[in-house]
Design a protein around this ligand. Structure first.
Ligand SMILES: [Zn+2]
Length: 375
């Protein structure tokens, strides 16, 4: 037997064994995210405490009451006219038209229980700072157990990317919540993080000054959280002027209106957030740096209660508030819409952002969960 003959036959035997016993590349591909062509930029938007119930089923008529939803008869009529429909698919499309007619059509949405899917927070605390840490660091951290102004001990995926070749100085974040600079540990990370005050740091043009003046004239209704409008306008102007490769926008009104038991204004905020996402995406697509080479990641920091009484709340005493949703749209990913039979966690978002950019966050941060499987 010649050596060559032996080698060839050995290869056949090994191939047959792999096929027969189910080893080999097929199995690995099932469990691991398959690589695809990386994009140049990622836009990340989070909607604070936005429930999966409305994302997948739209407006819930049960909450359109004075008692459960704080909704007056006049507001009920108007909200029903805007967001009411018989089928959940119609209702969700009325509430979040961009998510359902564009993002879901060309990308993927995770966490739809009616499709046997499940998206979860793993930090056990189910409120904001622990959730944003899990989203951005890729793992839950029991040290982050309050919304206090403490610098995040963890290096977030944004800070890590900021140290990678080609990304330095090209990462920025805007938030409606004042805690943003602590969550991103800006003292250490040096990531521009606009979370309160004037949305445009160095306003020079007439338009920029007008946006800042308008923002300063809005009522400070919630203290730590500003309205989403200045956050969105600040982020859009920053995108046009500075062309960051990663832009993170943390919107906050949905959580505030829900805590205030105003279901009508919670729904309106979700609808305006969806309109902002469209504007952000379309603005990016109109610029050569972004057109055809940008991904969008949508997520939330926590869920909320599931009853007429506790839909306003979340946290350790509301176990079901660990159930969330997330979405990804990018050129080259399979347009699978609402995913079936997929269990995912909030901790997968960080490595997903890096993977979309062709970067491997898991090697740098072994505690981080693996990226979402998109293909
Ligand atoms: Zn909250």
């Amino acid at each position: 037997m010649s050596r060559r003959f032996f080698r060839n036959n050995l290869r056949v035997v090994v191939s047959v064994a792999m096929f027969t016993f189910g080893f080999g590349p097929g199995m690995a591909a099932d469990q691991e995210a398959r690589p695809f062509k990386p994009v140049r930029n990622v836009l990340v938007v989070t909607l604070d405490g936005m429930r999966w119930q409305e994302v997948f089923n739209g407006m819930s008529a049960d909450l359109l009451t004075q008692k459960e939803g704080g909704v007056s008869d006049a507001a009920k009529k108007s909200i029903e006219g805007r967001f009411g429909a018989t089928a959940p698919e119609q209702r969700r499309e009325k509430l979040m038209p961009y998510l359902w007619t564009v993002v879901a059509k060309t990308g993927q949405v995770f966490g739809d229980p009616s499709k046997g899917s499940d998206a979860r927070v793993t930090n056990g605390m189910r409120f904001s700072y622990p959730g944003y840490n899990e989203i951005l660091s890729g793992f839950p951290d029991p040290r982050i157990d309050s919304n206090d102004r403490k610098p995040n001990p963890n290096v977030t995926v944004l800070e890590w990317l900021n140290g990678r070749p080609g990304f330095t100085g090209k990462i920025a974040a805007f938030a409606s919540w004042e805690l943003l600079p602590w969550i991103l540990n800006t003292e250490r990370s040096h990531i521009p993080a606009n979370g309160d005050g004037a949305p445009i740091a160095d306003a020079k043009t007439e338009r920029e000054r007008a946006i800042n003046e308008f923002a300063a004239d809005l009522p400070p209704y919630w203290g730590e959280t500003r309205a989403d409008a200045p956050t969105g306008f600040g982020a859009l102007e920053y995108l046009k002027k500075n062309r960051p490769r990663v832009l993170y926008v943390m919107l906050g009104e949905t959580d505030e209106w829900a805590h205030g038991r105003r279901y009508d204004l919670y729904l309106d905020a979700a609808w305006r957030n969806d309109r902002f996402i469209r504007k952000l995406w379309e603005t990016a697509q109109s610029m050569p740096e972004y057109s055809g080479k940008t991904a969008l990641v949508l997520a939330t920091d926590h869920g909320r209660g599931n009853t007429g009484e506790n839909w306003t709340g979340h946290g350790e005493k509301v176990p079901e508030s660990d159930q969330i949703w997330m979405a990804v749209m990018a050129p080259g990913i399979a347009p699978l819409g609402a995913r079936s039979g997929m269990n995912v966690t909030q901790s997968q978002v960080a490595a997903t952002i890096a993977m979309l950019l062709g970067e491997d966050y898991n090697t740098a941060q072994p505690k981080a969960a693996r990226p979402l499987k998109l293909n």
